[in-house]
Design a protein around this ligand. Structure first.
Ligand code: TRP
Ligand code: SF4
Length: 432
């Protein structure tokens, strides 16, 4: 028998290895040691990949400003997948991050054809109440895209740097796509860069927690962040293989490059259009100085946003979660008893008969009930490791897992729904 002793089912991560190799997403486990109190999604390897998250851990550990941001299109019910993103926003807020949540009503209006009233109603009823119930505090910012002058202006300005081919490669746009839909794609990038605006204290590390399939949007936004900036910073080597850093002006006023050259504590050579810098021992410092000059000259100085990527739970019936298969998922507003029933009907990694189960053991890594516990229903790593090994060695039967998960699910939903009602009374505190 092939006994796997990793209680997190991290074998699934291998399915994502293409992301690492082809797209340059980095592995999250390399960062885990540097995080003082990693969240359960981190510890359990549900978050498996990232871009530039090291700048977030550094800011967290040094008590420097950083932000966390995500957006939700108000399209339907929030289910457990949405909860994962919300939990991560709340976690980063608790770690000292400035938190931003955009309700993407422009997206729902342009893509789904929903009226503004409908967007507002779904935004509040489904998304915002649950976000607050999960612990989002009012120091953070919750806004509707359509109400944010910042987001609308930035989306328009970024439109100068994005062209149709690039957007259609990501979003599948074609000649029939309505133009508001294209604008709403840029609004998403504007959402992500908004925390770096001067109004919120200027450029800062910002993380977007997302599902693994969201990386193309992040690549677009990171590219736009760079394109919006006045300077291009590149590591180079000269003819004699001596390394240097080149800061090239893209749109900076002539004097600004001179300013950069004077402000840097290293050997600099100023040319028309670029400055070469030798002996740089601290690239971060160089970037900070360049950014400051850019800000003084009316630029944005955006840092490309960081991201984390989590894997998805499978549907309760096996396969994917899908809104068209109601028994495959659980919404945060589902009736607790119904949800418990769904859990009891869920596909497990158990064997056909009890006898077989005792002889062969179950397959916790193929079990949606076990996944529910790992993702949402246990805060105790030791408990999970025990269930995992008892399942494998045949001493645990599926009925006990289902009972446990169903009971905890109902309890969680009951509590969550009470908190949602309390949140309803507090919307004003959030400026809503
Ligand atoms: N497009 C996302 C969705 O379909 C919503 C969204 C809008 C978003 N702005 C964002 C996601 C910024 C992450 C970051 O739900
Ligand atoms: Fe899943 Fe529990 Fe059955 Fe193992 S015993 S397959 S973990 S439900």
């Amino acid at each position: 028998m092939n006994v796997k002793l990793d209680p997190w089912g991290s074998s699934n991560i291998d399915d994502y290895s293409k992301l690492f190799d082809e797209f340059g997403i980095q592995r999250f486990d390399e960062l885990l040691f540097g995080i003082e109190q990693p969240s359960s999604y981190m510890r359990r390897k549900i978050i498996f990949g990232h871009r530039d998250y090291d700048m977030i851990t550094r800011a967290m550990n040094d008590n420097d400003p950083f932000a966390v941001m995500s957006g939700f299109m108000p399209s339907g019910k929030v289910h457990l997948g949405g909860k994962m993103v919300m939990d991560q926003i709340v976690w980063h807020q608790q770690m000292g991050g400035e938190a931003f949540v955009g309700i993407a009503d422009r997206e729902a209006y342009s893509v789904r054809g929903y009226s503004w009233e409908k967007c507002k109603k779904i935004g509040i009823e489904e998304y915002i109440l649950s976000l607050i119930a999960l612990g989002f505090e009012p120091e953070g910012h919750i806004y509707f895209q359509s109400q944010s002058r910042n987001v609308k202006d930035l989306a328009f300005e970024m439109g100068v740097k994005a062209n149709f081919s690039e957007l259609s490669a990501i979003y599948g746009f074609n000649g029939q796509t309505n133009i508001a839909h294209m604008v709403s794609a840029l609004s998403q990038s504007a959402d992500i860069l908004q925390p770096e605006l001067e109004e919120f204290g200027g450029p800062k590390p910002t993380v977007v927690p997302a599902g693994a399939d969201q990386d193309p949007h992040m690549r677009l936004t990171r590219g736009l962040a760079n394109k919006m900036n006045m300077f291009l910073i590149e590591k180079r080597t000269d003819k004699n293989n001596v390394p240097f850093v080149s800061v090239r002006s893209k749109t900076a006023p002539v004097d600004a490059l001179e300013e950069v050259s004077e402000a840097l504590p290293w050997d600099t050579k100023l040319f028309e259009g670029h400055v070469d810098i030798f002996g740089v021992d601290d690239l971060t410092k160089l970037k900070e100085i360049t950014m400051e000059v850019e800000m003084n000259n009316g630029g944005y100085g955006f840092l490309p946003p960081a991201s984390t990527y989590h894997r998805f739970m499978s549907g309760l019936q096996g396969g994917k979660m899908s809104s068209s298969v109601p028994d495959s998922l659980i919404a945060l507003t589902d009736d607790p008893d119904d949800a418990a029933r769904k859990v009891k009907k869920a596909k497990t990694g158990g064997r056909m008969t009890l006898k077989e189960q005792k002889e062969l053991g179950g397959q916790p890594d193929e079990c949606s009930v076990y996944e529910l516990l790992v993702f949402h229903l246990s805060d105790d790593d030791g408990e999970l490791a025990q269930i995992h090994s008892e399942c494998l060695d045949g001493s645990r039967m599926c009925g006990s897992c289902k009972g446990l998960a169903a009971e905890r699910m109902a309890e969680f939903l009951k509590d969550h729904q009470e908190k949602r009602e309390l949140a309803r009374e507090r919307l004003e505190e959030y400026g809503l």
